[in-house]
Write a protein that binds this ligand. Structure first.
Ligand code: UT7
Length: 322
């Protein structure tokens, strides 16, 4: 039986930081409101001229180094992003060029905040079927470029960053299960409504920026993430107590706490990084994973549950033995 195993992780946050106090100068908000309602204290923002592929490259190189791999060992590149640098080629192709890797398959996945979970699930299928042996999977975003910095209901929530993993084929598990879902009926609750398919004019009048009905998204997110935890445990005949670490999408500390409560999991077994960088969309799960692997909390052989929820709506989980 072939399994896919994560053999290296990497993360990258741009140097430029915007604190809650910085945002107090831009919109009618307060450090207290942002901390209490979201758990966020700061976010990182790409500099002018710094693009999604730049963030992705840093994270990818760190993951390659951690896995002891060279770009030439990689035979599949998947980048999850909602903020690609170009309409085409894909950010995965731009990253491939940066890594001086020629010829292997490379493509983007767009599932907003669930993007990395989708991308890792796809890489898992490639590896299990023998179509790939060593995949580079990246979640990378420059969300700051699609934020209306005058809209306090969104601009305080998001940030830029990238996270990456190397996934390799192995006789030992590995990724145990992946569960992916979507329901496009909710497309209007969290969206950037414009797009080039509608013509460039569609990006004017605020339609090129994120809009969100935060409260409604919040309620669906909490319920849905609870359900996917149950679905994942049931599919694997596991008890809640079998999970060593929860690595949730980092959108809001209150959503994370609600999921942990449902798992009857103490918050010290949950990786929380949202305070440090806000919601980095598809980069959020691999960034959190990388932090907890590098600081020694997550150890080989432990059972990890990753879950995410985002625009679409999309949601998904990955259960794995690290
Ligand atoms: O990653 C994809 C998934 N995304 C999410 O999971 C995000 C889900 N939603 C949330 O995290 C929360 O709904 C928010 C953090 C966006 C908002 O928190 P909330 O507790 O749901 O607040 P609310 O939207 O119900 O707004 C409460 C009040 C409102 O004022 P009134 O109507 O009570 O007078 C808002 O206008 O807070 C006001 N408000 C703000 N006040 C200060 C909204 N944004 C701000 C702000 N600063 N930045």
């Amino acid at each position: 039986m072939i399994y896919s195993r994560i053999t290296g992780t990497g993360g990258y946050l741009p140097d430029k930081v915007l604190t809650n106090h910085d945002l107090e100068k831009l919109v009618d908000t307060s450090d207290q409101w942002i901390r209490e309602r979201t758990g966020i204290s700061k976010r990182h923002v790409a500099e002018e001229g710094q693009y999604t592929v730049d963030l992705a490259e840093h994270a990818a190189r760190r993951a390659l180094e951690a896995a002891g791999r060279d770009p030439q060992d990689v035979d599949l590149i998947i980048v999850a992003t909602t903020t690609p640098d170009r309409i085409f080629p894909s950010t995965a192709c731009l990253l491939q060029k940066r890594l001086d890797r020629h010829g292997c398959a490379a493509f983007d996945i767009q599932a907003v905040c669930t993007g990395f979970v989708y991308a890792l699930a796809v890489a898992d299928k490639f590896i299990r079927t023998g179509a790939a042996k060593c995949a580079l999977v990246v979640g990378a975003e420059t969300l700051s470029r699609v934020l209306d910095w005058k809209d306090r209901t969104t601009c305080v929530l998001f940030g830029d960053g990238a996270g990456a993993v190397i996934v390799e084929s192995s006789d030992e598990p590995g990724i145990l299960s992946t569960h992916l879902h979507a329901d496009g009926a909710y497309e209007s609750l969290l969206t950037v409504a414009g797009g080039v398919g509608q013509g460039y004019d569609s990006l004017a009048n605020g339609n090129g920026y994120v809009t969100m009905k935060g409260n409604e998204v919040f309620k669906v997110a909490v319920n849905t993430l609870g359900r996917i935890v149950d679905e994942t445990l049931e599919a694997n005949n596991l008890e809640k107590s079998d999970i060593d670490w929860l690595i949730p999408h980092q959108a809001n500390i209150r959503i994370i706490q609600a999921t942990a409560k449902k798992l009857r999991m103490s918050m010290d077994r949950v990786v929380v990084t949202v305070g440090e960088h806000g919601n980095t969309s598809s980069a959020s799960v691999p960034l959190a994973l990388d932090v907890a692997v590098r600081d020694g909390r997550i150890k080989r052989g432990e059972m990890l549950l990753m879950e995410a929820f985002g625009g679409g709506f999309t949601w998904g989980s990955i259960l794995l033995k690290f």
